[in-house]
Design a protein around this ligand. Sequence first.
Ligand SMILES: Nc1ncnc2c1ncn2[C@@H]1O[C@H](COP(=O)(O)OP(=O)(O)OP(=O)(O)O)[C@@H](O)[C@H]1O
Ligand SMILES: [Mg+2]
Length: 251
Amino acid sequence: MPEQVLALSARGLRKSYGALEVTKDMSFDVPEHTALGIIGPNGAGKTTLFNLITGTVKPGAGRVALFGQDITKVDAKRRCHMGIARSFQVPQPFAGLTAFENGLIAAAFGQGISEAAARDVAGEALDRTGLGPKANTLAGSLTLLDRKRLELARALATKPRLLLLDEIAGGLTEAECHDLVALIRDIRAAGTTIIWIEHVLHALLSVVDEVMVIDFGEMIAKGAPDEIMRDPRVAAVYLGPDEAELEVVHG
Ligand SMILES: Nc1ncnc2c1ncn2[C@@H]1O[C@H](COP(=O)(O)OP(=O)(O)OP(=O)(O)O)[C@@H](O)[C@H]1O
Ligand SMILES: [Mg+2]
């Protein structure tokens, strides 16, 4: 069997803010060309984990490797050049610039390429996300779905090998959510490894190969989606221990 390549490998990651331990000894692997879902209650430490992976927050301890290369000491900009991109929980476009200009900046800075090359990459990223016809619309005037598409386009413009999505499906109608999921599936099918934090479970479960559950900064379960959704520890986190017991008994 060919050796499995790991897009991401985290070992013993820890992060505290003062006395608050937000990430407690997290270790996990994400094989390339797979999609990992992350779920967990508000404040569990999910976004912090993304910050540790992208390098905007330094871990108190532990290591991160990208495609077998230790990047623990690599800064965020270089990690982006190496192929890590993310979407933000609260979309952060330059509202006064057009969709195209937003893509252009992402391509130019995210890859460190010339403006001419970045124009091509930005155009391609907008087309892939269905934003081509709105290339000249100001980002601040886009609908919520289009702002989410722009988050994806900006990430794609950096040509990621590993794409981190932070609650990108929230606030959409069912039909819009369906469109967004189709887009994420396409990105994954084109070979990009995905880690997706999401509260909209049906969207998440229709894409990912595995689900990891985080509670109080710890990974409490990781496995196939159907296994995880049947796990009483997961039900306890979401429903409270008493209700979880009833669900499991009467389920
Ligand atoms: N820069 C910071 N300084 C102090 N505390 C922080 C900082 N960033 C995060 N925290 C705290 O760390 C904990 C985890 O936050 P994080 O944003 O990672 O949670 P989350 O799982 O993404 O939550 P949500 O589902 O609400 O997005 C929270 O208690 C939060 O208040
Ligand atoms: Mg978060």
